[in-house]
Ligand binder design. Structure first.
Ligand SMILES: Cc1cc2nc3c(=O)[nH]c(=O)nc-3n(C[C@H](O)[C@H](O)[C@H](O)COP(=O)(O)OP(=O)(O)OC[C@H]3O[C@@H](n4cnc5c(N)ncnc54)[C@H](O)[C@@H]3O)c2cc1C
Ligand code: SF4
Length: 665
């Protein structure tokens, strides 16, 4: 006869407000096999856990049911408490009477009745639970970082400095990400390149970091502790071992008018190019789409002038397999493009649709303000190179605008707009800077003071309101909108307009997430395992998140998250072996017909071939066998098996049918 204890939690008022917890405990107490039942305000608290432990000890329980919040939140808590009293932790189960009951119902009697049903079902399951033991798997103590922006750089350096070998994969020819394009950074106005470039060099020189630039993730196999990642190293058309980075090739290349990605299209580069002078690695790459040799078979100037003979037009993409135990995704962002915003998003034809030369975005302004930019740091308008006397900055372009497809706040643009207006006033003292805003969101340390400084010391005019239209007139841009505080229409003739366009995840972010099994939201920002308690882990075990790929954030936040992700990897690697949940599929080899339908459907490649032989070693038959180290316990094979030879530990047919019978007697 089973001895089950039932513990019903009020979760403060979260459950108790809608579910009569005392009544649930009372009903549970009357169930066959239940020897103890109780309700309590906070079952996860120390006194709550002690109640569970005392009951296991004193009443010799062999099963525990906790009716509370989601198992994703507290299953480990209660299983630890169970183990503390010597009871196998897999004899403890949680019933989610919060998300699946109190939060989704309003009718208290009906919700209480449902909670009783859920508890009754789980009691029947627990009565059939068996002891299960964690599966020990070996661990590869090597980490992968995808993305070489400031977040990826920070995570890689933190891990490498802790003695963990790191492989960094960056899709562009250089690491550095967007921070390398910035001029000065809020709120301290320190030079972005001066703080970033030493770290880029450190990454390249660190003995524990392997750097693959101009590379992308092709394939991901395996699981936490043992990932096998195939990296595509795209052909640079330059032999990195021979190249000295002298730069003669890019000087001599006749194709020099290609818009530079680094200068956000405001400067130009050659077809063979080093993206920017401080690039890491400081070696060129050939843009095959624009190179005359690749287009027509002619030219080849770079090959002729290269002393060490490093130019290699025949170079092919190379595939490298890296074995790692954990990964940090740090793929950052792109800006909303008002002319070509992408699927599901509307552009801004009313703002010129990206076709007015002197309507630019924030990154373009950064390049204008940067000493390494196309104007050497002077603010000059792209159309004619004149110094603009009136600059209008528009906030929330694309962000917080459901009609345009994005409802979220991009979080950093209030701050960088204040920085842009302030930098402009520092460079053009007599100039006029006007900001149109919806609200000013500046909650970081020293941030509000920074915005006030722009308004009070640098006399930037902030107008609350929305601009309805921008159009060109006689060499200037007419900004037509409404000042909602004064309740008056406004029209300003500007020389330059800077749009604070929305922050969006990188193109291809969703595809990469799918390779790693990481969840993402409707915009393709990566989802954290728990928004409060596990903000740097993804739901895919062993895959952490850092920087803007998870949501808009500034540099200090991106760096903090990256260090946290590195710490999570270090914690994971602090063990000799990994313990995996024993909830895995198992084959009854005696009845398996060897059809291997399970092998075809298993999304993790966990089903292997097993050969049954006699004493003389003669092959009798082939059956399926599940590699417990690879199986993720999804149960797809169990549902598929035509001979019913597979079952999932902890979710056997007997257990599931017992639960159904408890609901529908
Ligand atoms: C106009 C503007 C001004 C700003 N000014 C400031 C400021 O003054 N102060 C401040 O704190 N913040 C500022 N920010 C914010 C700052 O840019 C970000 O917080 C920071 O750059 C985020 O770093 P990250 O590493 O997360 O992303 P990113 O810088 O975007 O880096 C991501 C990296 O991942 C690479 N990558 C992407 N996809 C893949 C893939 N599939 N495979 C391999 N590699 C990939 C990218 O090429 C890139 O190198 C500003 C932002 C803007 C737009
Ligand atoms: S940070 Fe400021 S400008 Fe950017 S979307 Fe949010 S409120 Fe608008």
């Amino acid at each position: 006869m089973s001895r089950v204890g039932v513990f019903v939690c009020h979760c403060g008022e979260n459950i108790g407000r809608t579910v009569d917890c005392a009544k649930v405990a009372e009903a549970a107490g009357a169930l066959p096999g239940v020897v103890h039942s109780v309700d309590y305000k906070y079952m996860c608290s120390d006194p709550g856990q002690n109640m569970v432990r005392a009951a296991i000890r004193d009443l010799k329980l062999d099963g525990v049911v906790v009716a509370a919040c989601s198992p994703a939140m507290h299953e480990p808590t209660f299983r630890r408490a169970t183990l503390g009293e010597g009871l196998n932790p897999f004899r403890c189960e949680m019933v989610n009477v919060r998300e699946q009951c109190s939060w989704v119902h309003e009718d208290r009697p009906a919700a209480t009745e449902k909670a009783v049903d859920l508890v009754r079902m789980m009691v029947e399951k627990v009565k059939r639970n068996e002891d299960l033991f964690p599966i020990k798997v070996p661990l590869t103590r090597r980490a992968l970082v995808v993305g070489g922006g400031i977040a990826g750089i920070q995570a890689a350096l933190d891990m490498a400095n802790a003695g963990i070998p790191v492989v960094m994969v960056e899709k562009e020819p250089s690491i550095g990400g967007h921070m390398s394009q910035l001029s000065e950074t809020f709120p301290t106005l320190d030079c972005s390149q001066c703080i970033l470039t030493p770290r880029m060099v450190e990454v390249a020189q660190h003995p524990l970091i392997t750097l693959h630039t101009f590379s992308e993730i092709e394939k991901v196999e395996g699981y936490i502790g043992n990932f096998r990642v195939t990296v595509r190293k795209k052909a640079r058309s330059v032999d990195m071992a021979k190249c000295t980075g002298c730069g003669v090739c890019q000087q001599k290349c006749p194709q020099k008018k290609i818009p530079s990605e680094f200068d956000a299209g405001l400067g130009s580069r050659a077809a063979i190019y080093i993206p920017f002078p401080q690039a890491v690695p400081n070696k060129p790459v050939i843009d095959r789409e624009r190179c005359t040799h690749f287009k027509t078979g002619k030219c080849g100037v770079c090959e002729k002038v290269c002393g060490p003979g490093a130019v290699d037009f025949e170079q092919q993409d190379e595939f490298v397999v890296e074995n790692v135990g954990a990964a940090v995704l740090a793929t950052g962002y792109q800006l909303y493009d008002i002319g070509d915003p992408g699927a599901g998003l509307r552009g801004y034809p009313e703002y010129g649709g990206g076709k007015i030369a002197d309507v630019i975005d924030g990154l373009q302004f950064e390049r204008l303000a940067s000493a390494s930019g196309p104007t050497g740091g002077e603010i000059r308008r792209p159309s004619d190179g004149k110094v603009p006397q009136t600059v209008v900055f528009l906030q929330c372009i694309g962000s917080r605008d459901r009609a345009k497809g994005i409802e979220y706040c991009s979080k950093i643009c209030c701050m960088y707009t204040a920085k842009h207006a302030l930098l402009y006033k520092h460079k053009v003292h007599e100039g006029k800077a006007v900001v149109f805003y919806m609200d000013v969101r500046a909650p970081g340390k020293g941030y509000d003071e920074f915005v006030r400084r722009a308004v009070e010391e640098d006399e930037v005019l902030y107008l609350r309101g929305k601009v309805s239209r921008l159009y060109e007139d006689d060499g200037r841009i007419v900004v037509s909108g409404v000042d909602t505080l004064a309740g008056m229409p406004v029209e300003i003739r500007a020389d330059l307009v800077v749009l604070a366009t929305a922050i969006r995840p990188q193109a291809g972010a969703a595809r990469l997430a799918q390779k790693f099994g990481v969840g993402y939201d409707g915009h393709a920002f990566y989802s954290e395992a728990h928004p409060k308690l596990r903000p740097v882990e993804s739901a895919a075990a062993g895959v952490m998140l850092a920087g803007v790929c998870q949501g808009p954030k500034d540099i200090p936040e991106a760096v903090a998250q990256a260090s946290a992700a590195a710490a999570k990897v270090a914690v994971l690697f602090s063990r000799e072996t990994l313990d995996r949940e024993p909830v895995v599929a198992r084959v009854n080899e005696a009845v398996c017909a060897g059809c291997f339908a399970c092998q075809e459907v298993c999304p993790y490649g966990a089903v292997e071939l097993n050969e049954v032989r006699d004493r003389q070693g003669r092959l009798l038959r082939r059956t399926a066998r599940v590699n417990a180290g690879v199986c993720n316990g999804c149960g797809t094979c169990v549902a598929t098996c035509p001979s019913k030879s597979l079952e999932l530990a902890g979710y056997t047919d007997e257990q599931i049918f017992a639960q159904i019978s408890a609901l529908v007697p």
